[in-house]
Design a protein around this ligand. Structure first.
Ligand SMILES: Cc1ncc(COP(=O)(O)O)c(C=O)c1O
Length: 366
């Protein structure tokens, strides 16, 4: 038996009539680019998140890139972020000629450690970009307070993994100047290809983002700024609209399954990523800390339990990024990276399978 790392088939089976109906509607009207589903999804997501604006884009990476462009970030600028994230977070900064400045993480949540931020702020700091890793937001109040104290530095939440998560009564993506999410298929809200969205309450940023996503076009063939080809296509928007039917249930399931994993890990004495009491994680990943990870992964794989590593190498130790910033300044990230391991997770993971996963893990760790 092989357990899926995330069971997208079960999700499709549960939603197939909504999804098929939505896809058929797009095939019938034929507006594959910027069709009516795009605006419908943007309105629904903005209402769900609680922001004035939602701008759908072609991926989570593009959401981050367009956000930085909308803020006018470019050569010589610095953006404070975490090295313990998916490469896209830093990639977009470097693509614009700006420099990622890394602040280390907390060893228990693996999110940005806010205590390191102030020391890294200079007059070139143009944004702070915390990542809501594994589905849990960082200490956004503290980050926003620091940003305010230093002349209202914009804060971009990389919420690629945390759509639907809550922080002190507010939704992830509505916690700072801009929130960016991803609809990569395995994300808490996924499409069937690539997609993403930008959320903001700032009219000018929303307008700039809308223009940048269509080649900097203010009106047809009038290009008032440099842009990208960054639209989310109508079919993908239609699929996300269908998935909204089940989103609340899925988030609740993820929360319950995450809490059950926590209990089982604590009983077995297996160290795990911690969650803070003032926020709810959507457990985009369920991640534990292990020694001897290669052996454990190989044995679990042999037993039909897939695992993944988010992320094996901090970005300031990656070949393409090494010269841009120092490794030594983020010792926690360097220490944690060889130990993290993610287990199968998803709203359709049954209690039985979860029990099998944890029992197999216990035998492997012993
Ligand atoms: C933290 C983080 N940022 C950005 C991205 C990029 O999103 P996408 O794959 O939709 O471009 C991801 C996706 O894996 C991510 O996990």
């Amino acid at each position: 038996m092989t357990i899926p790392f995330i069971d997208l088939r079960a999700q499709y089976n549960a939603l197939h009539s909504e999804i098929n109906t939505r896809i058929q509607a797009v095939l019938d009207h034929g507006q594959y680019i910027m069709g009516p589903e795009v605006k419908e999804l943007e309105d629904r997501l903005a209402a769900y998140v609680g922001t004035t604006h939602c701008v759908t884009v072609s991926s989570g990476t593009e959401a981050l890139l367009i956000s930085l462009m909308a803020l006018g970030i470019g050569p010589g600028d610095e953006v404070i972020t975490t090295p313990f994230t998916f490469v896209a977070t830093a990639e977009v900064i470097v693509l614009l000629g700006a420099k990622p400045i890394y602040v280390d993480i907390e060893p228990d949540t693996c999110n940005l450690d806010v205590r390191g931020i102030e020391a890294k702020i200079t007059e070139r700091t143009k944004a702070i970009m915390p990542v809501s890793l594994y589905g849990q937001t960082a200490d956004m109040d503290e980050i926003n307070a620091i940003a305010r104290a230093y002349g209202n530095i914009p804060v971009i939440e990389d919420a690629a993994q945390s759509f639907g998560a809550m922080y002190q009564g507010l939704r992830s993506c509505n916690l700072s100047t801009i929130g960016c999410t991803s609809f990569f298929p395995s994300k808490p809200l996924g499409c069937y290809g690539d997609g993403g969205a930008i959320f903001t309450n700032d009219d000018a940023i929303a307008q700039a983002s809308r223009e940048i996503r269509v080649h900097g076009q203010a009106k047809r063939y009038v290009h008032t700024r440099i842009g990208v080809g960054g639209r989310m296509d109508t079919l993908q928007c239609a699929i996300v609209l269908a998935k909204l039917e089940r989103l609340e249930w899925e988030i609740e399931q993820r929360r319950l399954i995450g809490a059950r994993y926590n209990d089982l890990m604590d009983q077995a004495g297996i160290p795990r990523v911690q969650q803070r009491a003032d926020r709810t994680s959507v457990f985009a990943q369920y991640t534990i800390f292990v020694q001897d990870r290669d052996r454990i992964q190989a044995e679990l794989s042999q037993a039909g339990v897939p695992t993944a590593v988010h992320y094996p190498v901090p970005l300031n130790a990656q070949p393409a990024y090494k010269d841009l910033c120092c490794e030594e300044c983020t010792p926690v990230s360097q220490r944690v990276a060889p130990t993290v391991m993610s287990l199968p997770m998803g709203p359709d993971l049954s209690l039985d399978l979860q029990g099998t996963i944890v029992n197999t893990l216990r035998n492997t760790i012993r």
